[in-house]
Design a protein around this ligand. Structure first.
Ligand code: AMP
Length: 283
């Protein structure tokens, strides 16, 4: 695996790979890799000839009071894992390499970036769409792989690629969970054993919605009420949102007649976790 930190060299290496005629797949990450990330790499391996992973803890997607400084970092272990998966190029730039002094250009997907996580994390999606646009320009992937775990992000990236005519196919991969149902996340490392147990409430709230939905409930307000009840006996958890929305527009739905996204975000202690579930009335 080639490990590169320079933008020009990375662009050249990717062009060289693409000249061979195969498909180039990109998996963007912030490192501290787990099975969720590796599932994206494996999906990329199955569909592409050259695999590029980016590892960059992007400061512009963190708010001023968020966890940028303490975000988990495990570069050597990440390299070993990616090498084992057969990744061809790891692009791991410094902040100075990605953001030159005085840079003032942003990419914003208006209409979506203020919804769900964007409401409680102002500026977050602007950071995401700006850095992903940069990665698309530097690497020029044929296919880029993202996780359903970050459902709002997935909708926003799909819209970004469409609106700015990036010639890239966006593939969204399913959520990978721990055996007890907790969605894998680099931020799970912040949880102490008690919080780790309590964090299961997110998955439980989605399972409750799934059960009621399967039993025929289609009214979003009633499903949300059932989900929020799960958090009532959990004073250590602060629910940020539980919403049922259209998976493309992220607008709330009242009755579930088409595919809908049930999405939850909650603070377990001081750790903000997210999870979600797709509801399909045709299934
Ligand atoms: P991150 O390093 O948290 O920015 O995540 C990098 C990519 O991995 C994003 O596209 C995430 O949606 C995806 N991802 C993170 N956790 C999971 C998971 N548990 N299952 C599937 N994909 C995930």
């Amino acid at each position: 695996m080639k490990i590169l930190s320079n933008i020009t060299e990375t662009g050249a290496a990717c062009r060289c790979e693409r000249a061979k005629g195969g498909r180039l797949g990109l998996v963007p990450t912030m490192g501290a890799l787990h099975e969720g990330h590796l599932s994206l790499v494996r999906a990329a391996k199955a569909q592409c000839d050259t695999i590029v992973v980016s590892l960059f803890v992007n400061p512009t997607q963190f708010g001023p009071t968020e966890d940028l400084a303490k975000y988990p970092r495990s570069f050597d272990r990440d390299c070993e894992l990616l090498e084992r998966e057969g990744v061809d190029i790891l692009f791991a730039p410094s902040t100075e390499e990605m953001y030159r002094k005085g840079e003032g250009t942003w990419v914003v997907v208006e209409g979506l970036s203020e919804k769900l996580d964007g409401r409680s994390r102002p500026g977050h999606f602007r950071g995401v769409t700006t850095v992903v646009s940069k990665l698309f320009h530097i690497i020029e992937p044929d296919v880029a792989f993202f996780g359903q775990k970050d459902a709002a992000q997935s909708a926003i990236i799909r819209r970004l690629a469409r609106d700015l005519n990036f010639p890239v196919e966006i593939v969204i991969c399913p959520i990978v969970r721990e055996p007890d149902g907790l969605a894998m996340s680099s931020r799970n490392a912040y949880l102490n054993p008690d919080e780790r147990q309590r964090a299961l409430a997110l998955h439980r709230s989605l399972s409750r919605v799934e059960d009621e939905f399967r039993a025929g409930e289609r009214n979003a307000a009633r499903l949300i009420a059932a989900a929020t009840k799960v958090f009532a006996p959990e004073p250590q958890i602060r629910l940020d949102y539980f919403e049922i929305v259209d998976p493309d527009t992220l607008d709330p739905v009242e009755r579930i007649e088409h595919l809908a996204l049930a999405a939850v975000a909650a603070y377990v202690g001081s750790t903000r976790l997210i999870d979600n579930l797709i509801l399909n009335p045709k299934k």
